[in-house]
Design a protein around this ligand. Structure first.
Ligand SMILES: Nc1ncnc2c1ncn2[C@@H]1O[C@H](COP(=O)(O)OP(=O)(O)O)[C@@H](O)[C@H]1O
Ligand SMILES: Cc1ncc(COP(=O)(O)O)c(N)n1
Length: 229
């Protein structure tokens, strides 16, 4: 089930316009879903602005939500600010405390923590700081680093590492969105957080390997059910 929080005009070359959906309709979309169908897991992606985030957090708080994955989407691959800068604090204060797994990429982890991230040690430092903001697990994704695509999970006590070779492809539009959705789906099926991430990492790696060059810019990753065994 989907709740539309904003409509974007975007293609492989960039994001050209955003229209936010009004708060009343966002709240109603959440209510009619949760009042009707049991929700095993929820994933939140682009949330755009303060009012939207507050509406989501307030409405979700009326329900007993399980397995909330928050992808703190801030800037698209093409450089468009998908989260208004003044909404960052609201995202941290209102959503992080109810989050099961938060999945920042490196630039997002830098904005959230104020740290400059250049190596694994910095990633681990950032994960510890973000953990203190309330989520049960922090997964810092390594797509924006050099070398292997290494994602680092922190659970408040120890780190787990999810590694894959870096695939030489320019078609990586939506890699983070895909990974967080796959993690949420796995949690909804009842897998543990670590198993969910392990399987999601395999899924995104195959989806990038099978991505295709449509459009003039950054093409999409490729999803098909056979990948997801
Ligand atoms: N070129 C690549 N090769 C292999 N894995 C990648 C590549 N780029 C990103 N990934 C993986 O895709 C997932 C999303 O990461 P990332 O691209 O950092 O997120 P975002 O889309 O939020 O910027 C992570 O598991 C990351 O390791
Ligand atoms: C609605 C929406 N959510 C997220 C992204 C980020 O994805 P990417 O960084 O691959 O452009 C996007 N472009 N659009």
């Amino acid at each position: 089930m989907s709740v539309i929080t904003a409509v974007t005009a975007q293609n492989s070359q960039g994001v050209f316009a955003v229209q936010d959906i009004s708060v009343d309709i966002i709240q109603k979309q959440i209510e009619v879903i949760f009042d009707d169908i049991f929700v095993d897991a929820t994933k939140i992606g682009m949330v755009s602005k303060t009012e939207t985030i507050k509406a989501i957090a307030d409405t979700l708080s009326k329900y007993k939500i399980n397995n909330l994955v928050v992808d703190p989407v801030m800037v698209s691959k093409s450089g468009f600010h998908l989260l208004q800068p003044d909404a960052k604090e609201t995202l941290i204060n209102h959503l992080f405390p109810i989050t099961t797994v938060v999945t920042p990429n490196i630039p997002e982890a830098e904005v959230i923590t104020g740290l400059e991230i250049q190596n694994l040690n910095d990633i681990e430092k950032a994960a510890k700081i973000i953990y203190k903001m309330g989520p049960k697990y922090v997964l810092v994704k390594g797509g924006h680093m050099e070398g292997e695509a290494l994602d680092v999970l922190y659970d408040g006590q120890k780190f787990n590492y999810y590694n894959s070779p870096r695939i030489n492809s320019k078609n990586t539009h939506g890699t983070g969105c895909t990974l967080s959705s796959a993690i949420a789906s796995n949690l909804g099926k009842g897998l543990s957080v670590t198993e969910s991430i392990e399987k999601a990492k395999i899924y995104i790696t195959l989806a990038i390997e099978n991505s295709f060059p449509i459009g003039k810019g950054v093409g999409p990753v490729h999803h098909f059910y056979e990948l997801y065994k």
